[in-house]
Design a protein around this ligand. Structure first.
Ligand SMILES: Cc1ncc(COP(=O)(O)O)c(C=O)c1O
Length: 394
């Protein structure tokens, strides 16, 4: 049986493939430090787990409303309104199984062949995959290391055409850890305000940042909330990747479209996990602060370590939990280097090219691992650096 033609255009997420390869090496008795996968290594906070257990005992084991439990949508709307400085109500919220469906469903609802989508490159690979899957045209926005991995605004203006239907922003960003400065967002908002475009603002790392001020959402600029889909969720903030719960905040007409796609696919998000989501949002937040403080220590340690490796240069990321090291100085392609580090060095990391053509020359290290393991990873990388820097090796 032949698969539908569109399946030839859908992509995958390399982190999962690399994890499989790393696990295969471990099965052969090799030791691997895992810096490939993008999920917090902390347990889900106990009060959230407890709320899920109680919900199971209370019978939250049946279908719920497609759009999400009203009490959870109220909590999300209040949280997003406060943190983004906008006015969102429960009618603007779609609760879905993870952050990813807020990429999948709105794109499915909006994009047609011929539509252009401007998206960050390097970026989360699902954006480009979905644009291609739907037959729309991907228009890559190169991220620039020298601008803290924000992009050139003149280049952005040049990329806008009458066919631009969607602009994807992601801040704090995967894979670079970059945070788009407020003044760049203001300039982007000014360019988009009078255009018939939708902004998909992926803010899944909104709570994981290291600056004095939280990252700004483009939705907070005048006239932008009406054309913005905010993607956020529980996976990263509360170490809940396996619970599969995320949400979108968007105009009502788009919520209706997402509802239709949800009813055709999932019916609803699991009811007892949504009860846990209410406990997460309305409960104590010190668990998030503790996790972010630990990520900050790890960020400082891994960046310092990577900057000592010959041929590596690693900017200090402002958010998320990824260090995106420039490895051009090694003279190896990033794919060659990532494979070498896995098979010869015992460090599993991702070739920047997995995140698009402009990721070539970089390696992503996820620092969602203990300080001890991060130090061990740096030690291992230095130990094999004679491969590309014979004279300098330690
Ligand atoms: C930028 C970005 N958006 C969305 C997601 C999806 O999150 P979830 O696991 O909640 O589907 C991820 C996960 O890695 C991500 O990095």
């Amino acid at each position: 049986m032949k698969l539908a033609e569109r399946m030839s255009r859908i992509g995958v997420e390399s982190a999962f493939d690399v994890l499989v390869r790393a696990r295969a090496l471990e099965a052969q008795g090799r030791s691997v430090v895992h810096l490939e996968i993008g999920e917090p290594d902390f347990p889900t906070p106990a009060h959230i787990v407890e709320a899920a257990k109680q919900a199971l005992d209370q019978g939250y084991t049946h279908y719920g409303p497609t759009q999400g439990l009203p009490e959870l949508r109220e909590a999300i709307a209040a949280h997003v309104s406060r943190t983004r400085g906008i006015q969102a109500g429960p009618q603007h919220v779609s609760v879905v199984p993870g952050g990813k469906p807020i990429i999948f469903f709105p794109m499915l609802a909006l994009l047609e062949p011929g539509d252009e989508v401007i998206y960050p490159n390097p970026g989360f690979p699902i954006y480009e995959s979905m644009i291609n899957f739907l037959g729309a045209t991907p228009v890559a926005m190169p991220l620039e290391e020298k601008r803290g991995f924000s992009f050139d605004l003149d280049l952005f203006r040049d990329r806008l055409t009458d066919r631009t239907k969607m602009v994807i922003l992601n801040s704090p960003q995967n894979p670079t850890g970059g945070v788009i400065p407020a003044e760049d967002l203001r300039a982007i908002a000014d360019m988009l305000r009078d255009r018939d475009v939708v902004v998909l603002s992926d803010e899944i790392y909104s709570r994981i940042h290291y600056g004095a001020e939280p990252p700004v959402s483009i939705s907070s600029f005048p006239g932008m909330q009406e054309k913005t889909i905010i993607l956020d969720g529980f996976s990263k903030t509360y170490a809940m990747t396996g619970w599969r719960m995320g949400y979108g905040v968007m105009p009502g007409w788009l919520v209706e479209a997402v509802n239709k796609l949800m009813v055709n696919s999932n019916s609803c998000t699991a009811s007892f996990t949504q009860r846990a989501g209410i406990a997460a949002i309305n409960g104590p937040q010190d668990c998030v602060e503790t996790m972010v403080a630990e990520f900050r220590r790890r960020r400082d340690a891994i960046c310092q370590g990577l900057n000592q490796v010959p041929g590596f240069r690693c900017a200090i990321p402002g958010g998320a939990f990824y260090a995106f090291a420039n490895v051009n100085g090694t003279g190896m392609s990033s794919k060659e280097l990532a494979d070498f580090l896995l098979y010869e060095g015992g460090v599993s990391c991702l070739n920047g090219g997995c995140f698009g053509e402009y990721g070539e020359g970089y390696i992503r290290f996820s620092y969602a691992n203990s300080l001890t393991n991060l130090e061990e990873a740096v030690r291992r990388i230095k130990a094999v650096s004679h491969r590309w820097a014979p004279a300098l090796a330690v």
